[in-house]
Structures are given as structure tokens and as C-alpha cells.
Design a binder for this molecule. Structure first.
Ligand code: BES
Ligand code: MN
Ligand code: ZN
Length: 491
């Protein structure tokens, strides 16, 4: 049953719901509404309990109590929002997500949400509620099947209006789009291989009235995408190339998103060590984000032309696999000497970036779980982005900040370019270990023709170690919200 998020008005402490969520900010809790009123309704116990457990309203702090019949809701959760002036749309999204996740954890079916700002846009609230309630449970049987799921969220506003309804509907659609990305990342690699990803894309295109083209192995060869072909040649699962497009009537700008879609990256002949290899099912996180973004774009219908391009393959060791020492041409015409078959992402992206360039867009943004080096540099919860365009960098960083996703700009250091010189081909595809995320970006740059370009190395944040804010453990849906904000800010 899908989760229903609705705006309502009235006295929330009297709501017949399983969980009531209220907020608190740092500072004297006794002076905060509606906390103080709720405290009174509970006979004073709430603030006393807050004192005992040192709940101060800091961001990410929560306080939950069982009401034992004192008021209608069975549970109350107080969620810290941090400083009072820091209540942004991102904070609201996260607040709703934490509340919904808690509701699921206590087997609640209904949740009432008090809002810090009754005039706030409810779109992020609906996004947060649906994203917080998300669980990936399709492969559970018997006892492991969740026994209960959150069905209804009541968002308390001064007076519910049709505008609220519209905001909530948009938020629900955006959350569903982010969930497409999460599901794809969580899906096991025996189920989600390149052509299975193309099927997901076809479904999204059909539902959202998008154009779609899928090139199979033969078409990839015919078109001259030799690098994508090479990476896929060691797998029994054929590679594929997906191009989805949203073309509104009077678009002033055209943007292409490109995703790395390695449905599994074993490393190929340069095979990875066993520990953690299973996480390489998430090596299609960039492609997943492109799928989610295209679903969101079809729901929001912005006045920008948006293309989603995915290069998908499985990187496997096999008698037919590509090897170190091989030299291949590419869609761009440049030749590449293979150094390490585990640096496959930049190869499939190279052909995809050339293809994207030939669509003659204003901007290309690629997303790829590209390097372990990026995770060494920025940790597991922050992505890198690279661009030569300062103005675009500012806008992109602004979008990430606005939606609460962590991105940090890294430099395209020209002096590392010489590491990519090959004795036998135009380019080698890897450089030194040091600065590995940067040299990967420099390699990609060789295949971008004309357009302004941002490269995102999202190796860390696509997969979460633990739930935090809007993100669950496992597939997070990062960076769909950032990309959507970029599109919406353009047109
Ligand atoms: N998919 C990996 C990068 C990765 C590693 C993503 C860990 C998420 C977690 C990528 O294809 C890869 O293997 N990169 C190599 C490049 C190296 C061989 C130059 C790496 O980072 O070790
Ligand atoms: Mn690899
Ligand atoms: Zn990879």
C-alpha cells in the first residue's frame, strides 16, 4: 500500500494516530511551542524526561516517549532541528524522514507531523516522509517480511489549501523518483544486469512520456563505442547504452546527465579483493541517479530540455575479457591503452561523454562511482565535483546545499595530465595512485567536446553505512535531489 501524505489542520495532540512528531530547536525547551503544550498534555513528564536524557534540541537528536493513554497518539517523538534560524527546506525534509523512519520502527500505521513554519512549502515534507518510510524488503520471506508499514502521514498546517495538496503531490512524485534510484542500487547484481536496467528505463519512459533509445551490444559496436564494448566483453550479460529524453516545447536550455552503469564491478582480470566486493553492485549508482532524475523530470515538467544517458556493462574476468595492454579506439576517435581493467568506469563514461557532447547541450553533468581515491579524500558521505566553469560550480554547489546533499569541489590539476600519456596510444586510462580521483577526471575531460561540463565522483554517498536524515542504510538515491535542483534552477 502506498503511503498517503495529507495536509490537515486542528489540534494535533488530539489526533488519532500512532505517532506524533514535534520539533525542538536549541534553547529553553519550556518556552517552545508546541513542545510546552504537549508537555502540559502529558502531565509535565516530557520536559522532565528531556532533562534526564540531555535532549537539547540539537540537530539529529531525538527523544521518544510512549504516551500510555495520556493523549491520543501512542508515541511522541521530539526531533531536534538545531539552531532556530537554520530551519531550511532541507531540514524539513530530514525532519519528516526521521519521523517516518521512527514510525516504521515502532510498527506505526499513522503519523502526525507538527510543522515549525505553518507557511512552509510542503513539497520537501512529503519528500522526507516518503523517503524516511522507505525500506528495501522485496527479498524477505517469512519472519523477515515487515509486519507493519506506515500508511498515512498527516501534516499539520494552519489551514489546508489546494496549494498544499499540489506541493504534497509533487513531493510524493519526487520521492518516488529518488526511490527508483535507491531500489536500483539495492537490487542484487544477478537480477540487475545491463539489459534489466534498460527495462527499468523503458518503464520510466513509458510512464513519464519520455523518448527512449536503447543500444544493445551490436548497436554499441556499430556506433563505434569501442570502450563500452571492451569493458562489457568479459561478461555473459551484454552491455547496453540508454538514452532517455525529455523535450518540452519552448526550452531555452539543454542539459545532458550521464551515468556510469556498472551493474557489477569485479575489477575484471585485475580482480578486486573479496572483502567488500559485493558492494560493487552499487557501481551503477550514477546510472541509478540518472534514472531517478528522468522520472522526477517527467513529473515536474520543467522548461528545460533534459537528456539522460547511461553506459551500462558488467566488468568480469573471463577468457573473452579485455586485458591490461590492450589498445582500443573510442567513439571520439582517440585511442586508449588499458592499464588496469578495474578502471573501467572512465572507459564507459568516455564514450557516453562523447555521445552526450554530440547532442550539443549547454551543460553535461556526469555521475559515477568512479574512484576509491575520492573516498579517501572526502570520506564516504561526500561526493566530489569537478568543473572548469566557476559560475557553474557555484550554481551546482548551491543546489547541493539547498537540498542537503554533500558535495565538495575538487581541482582539475593540469600537471597530472602527463600521467595519462601512453607510449603506444593517444592516452593511458590511469595515472598514479596519488590524486587518483583527479587523474580520472582529467581522463574524462579528453572526451567532452564543446559543452560546459561537471563530473561528479559519487563513490561514497550512493551507499550508506547507516540511516542518516533522509538517507537510509544501503542505496541512498544520492544525488537525484541535487540534479533535480540544478534542472529546476535552470528553467
Ligand atoms: N567502482 C570502482 C570505484 C569504487 C571503489 C567505488 C570503491 C566505490 C567504492 C572503480 O571502478 C575502480 O575500481 N576504481 C579503481 C581505479 C584504479 C584501478 C585506478 C580504484 O579506485 O581503485
Ligand atoms: Mn573498477
Ligand atoms: Zn567501477
Amino acid at each position: 500500500m502506498p503511503l498517503n501524505v495529507q495536509a490537515t489542520s486542528g489540534e494535533f495532540s488530539a489526533a488519532a494516530v500512532d505517532v506524533l512528531a514535534v520539533f525542538a530547536t536549541e534553547g529553553d525547551l519550556a518556552k517552545q511551542k508546541p513542545l510546552s503544550e504537549l508537555n502540559k498534555a502529558l502531565g509535565g513528564g516530557l520536559l522532565e524526561h528531556a532533562g534526564h536524557v540531555d535532549f537539547t534540541g540539537k540537530s539529529e537528536q531525538t527523544l521518544d516517549v510512549v504516551t500510555l493513554g495520556k493523549i491520543k497518539p501512542k508515541h511522541v517523538i521530539v526531533i531536534g532541528l538545531g539552531k532556530k534560524d537554520a530551519i531550511t527546506a532541507a531540514a524539513l525534509r530530514s525532519y519528516a524522514a526521521v519521523a517516518a523512519r521512527f514510525a516504521n520502527s515502532v510498527m506505526a500505521k499513522s503519523l502526525a507531523l507538527a510543522l515549525p513554519d505553518p507557511s512552509a512549502d510542503l513539497r520537501p515534507v512529503a519528500e522526507g516522509a516518503k523517503l524516511g518510510a522507505y525500506r528495501f524488503s522485496k527479498y524477505f520471506t517469512g519472519d523477515r517480511v515487515p509486519k507493519s508499514e506506515l500508511r498515512e502521514v498527516l501534516v499539520y498546517v494552519g489551514r489546508a489549501t489546494p496549494a498544499h495538496r499540489k506541493q504534497l503531490a509533487l513531493g510524493a512524485a519526487v520521492a518516488d523518483a529518488v526511490i527508483i534510484a535507491r531500489d536500483a542500487v539495492n537490487e542484487p547484481p544477478n537480477e540487475l544486469y545491463p539489459l534489466a536496467m534498460a527495462e527499468i528505463a523503458r518503464k520510466i519512459a513509458k510512464k513519464g512520456k519520455l523518448k527512449i533509445q536503447v543500444f544493445d551490444k551490436k548497436a554499441i559496436q556499430q556506433k563505434g563505442m569501442k570502450l563500452l564494448y571492451a569493458v562489457g566483453q568479459g561478461s555473459v550479460h551484454e552491455p547496453c547504452f540508454i538514452h532517455m529524453s525529455y523535450v518540452p516545447k519552448k526550452a531555452k536550455k539543454k542539459i545532458v546527465f550521464v551515468g556510469k552503469g556498472l551493474t557489477f564491478d569485479s575489477g575484471g582480470l585485475c580482480i578486486k579483493p573479496a572483502p567488500g566486493m559485493g558492494d560493487m553492485k552499487s557501481d551503477m549508482g550514477g546510472a541509478a541517479a540518472v534514472l531517478g532524475l528522468m522520472a522526477a523530470v517527467s513529473a515536474i515538467a520543467p522548461s528545460v530540455e533534459v537528456h539522460g544517458v547511461i553506459a551500462s556493462a558488467e566488468n568480469m574476468p573471463d577468457a573473452g575479457a579485455y586485458r591490461p595492454g590492450d589498445v582500443f579506439g573510442s567513439l571520439s576517435g582517440k585511442t586508449v591503452e588499458i592499464v588496469n581493467t578495474d578502471a573501467e568506469g572512465r572507459l564507459v563514461l568516455a564514450d557516453a561523454l562523447t555521445y552526450a557532447s554530440r547532442l550539443k547541450p549547454d551543460v553535461i553533468i556526469d555521475a559515477a562511482t568512479l574512484t576509491g581515491a575520492c573516498m579517501v579524500a572526502l570520506g564516504k558521505t561526500c561526493s566530489a565535483f569537478y568543473t572548469a566553469d566557476d559560475d557553474l560550480a557555484g550554481k551546482f554547489a548551491g543546489s547541493a546545499r539547498a537540498v542537503g546533499e554533500q558535495f565538495w569541489r575538487m581541482p582539475l590539476l593540469d600537471d597530472l595530465r602527463e600521467q595519462l600519456k601512453s607510449d603506444v596510444a593517444d592516452l593511458k586510462h590511469t595515472g598514479e595512485r596519488w590524486g587518483g580521483s583527479i587523474s580520472a577526471a582529467l581522463f574524462l575531460r579528453e572526451f567532452v567536446e564543446g559543452a560546459a561540463w561537471i563530473h561528479c565522483d559519487i563513490a561514497g554517498p550512493v551507499l550508506g553505512d547507516r540511516a542518516k536524515g533522509v538517507y537510509p542504510k544501503g542505496g541512498t538515491g544520492h544525488p537525484v535531489l541535487t540534479f533535480l535542483d540544478v534542472v529546476e534552477s535552470m528553467g
